[in-house]
Design a protein around this ligand. Sequence first.
Ligand code: GTP
Ligand code: K
Ligand code: MG
Length: 401
Amino acid sequence: MGIIEKIKEIEAEMARTQKNKATEYHLGQLKAKLAKLRTQLLEPPKGASQGGDGFEVTKFGHGRVALIGFPSVGKSTLLTLLTGTHSEAASYEFTTLTCIPGIIHYNDAKIQLLDLPGIIEGASEGKGRGRQVIAVAKSSDLVLMILDASKSEGHRQILTRELEAVGLRLNKRPPQIYFKRKKTGGISFNSTLQLTHVDEKLCYQILHEYKIHNAEVLFREDASVDDFIDVIEGNRKYIKCVYVYNKIDVIGIDDVDRLARKSNSIVISCNLKLNLDRLLAKMWEAMGLVRVYTKPQGQQPDFSEPVVLSTDRGGCSVEDFCNHIHRSLLKDVKYVLIWGMSAKHYPQRCGTAHVLQDEDVVQIVKKKEKEEEGGGRGRFKSHTTAPARISDREKKAPLKT
Ligand SMILES: Nc1nc2c(ncn2[C@@H]2O[C@H](COP(=O)(O)OP(=O)(O)OP(=O)(O)O)[C@@H](O)[C@H]2O)c(=O)[nH]1
Ligand SMILES: [K+]
Ligand SMILES: [Mg+2]
């Protein structure tokens, strides 16, 4: 029996099994079996060359966003609109057959947007180009799940299931479970709080399924069996996802309203170019991107080219900022002066652990370098006002030095 048949068999057995206290252990075991098979399915066949027929596209810019959706929901239309790179769009399904990259220029940052072939139910098991498409989704910093607002709302669940089946976890953070395999000593199981979804016996059983007999387990939250399996598998990818309901020009206002209220969702129309600005703002926020402007001593900040950091990847501390400019910079930094949202007053003197916010201005004061006390002019000299964003006017018309 092939892996896919085995998966189907276990899924059928799980569907047949009633969920109650008596079947809890059995179901847990089935879940572990299923997870193991799915991991097997993802491993490239022995002897096969790595990559080749995948959709390898070089990463570019400050982040990568993948367009995932059923055929003909408007992925290519959206890529063309947002990036100016033409991607063929048509009313028939599977118009796009490969990965087409474009670049979004937004907030002085460059975001790589990837158009992809449509995927269908069963994609995770190899239907269509599903596996390659999902591999690209895994390499992204954000998934835009494009949905046709006029079609079944079940599509969102089907796609989410397909992505979950290959180890993607959308809009979740890793479970707070410490897990370490050991060579000897048996299994030590602990929790810092009362667990309501799993107990020690169930966890032992799952570990047994994985043939793990020595390990340290510590639950730091009231996690589920699925969470525990995710931690054991260790290959899960936690990615943000924005659900984009396209084609709202063909549905009624009540439906638009309902879809717009769903969590992590946005409604758009490519045809009418509706809400595309809001979509970009939402992407920016979801990717945790932060612009930081450098201000040389005695001069105005350079508003033309921000350093773009991400709260999710790499972090946004002053240390991250310095490392971004130059690896060897950090050791010379005495402290920094900060103007902007993260500062309590202007300028605030901070250490390298300080966390920056979008549109902050930073002046680095190096060791053995004299501080510019009051040397700046206008907004960027020392004074105390409530924190505020650096206004667009200040960026456009910097004061003369
Ligand atoms: N009514 C309406 N139609 C749209 C909208 N956006 C795209 N379409 C149409 O939907 C059809 C499919 O668009 P595509 O951009 O090719 O969709 P896709 O998701 O890239 O399709 P595949 O590459 O085949 O997976 C085209 O006929 C578009 O003109 C929209 O906002 N409203
Ligand atoms: K199409
Ligand atoms: Mg397309």
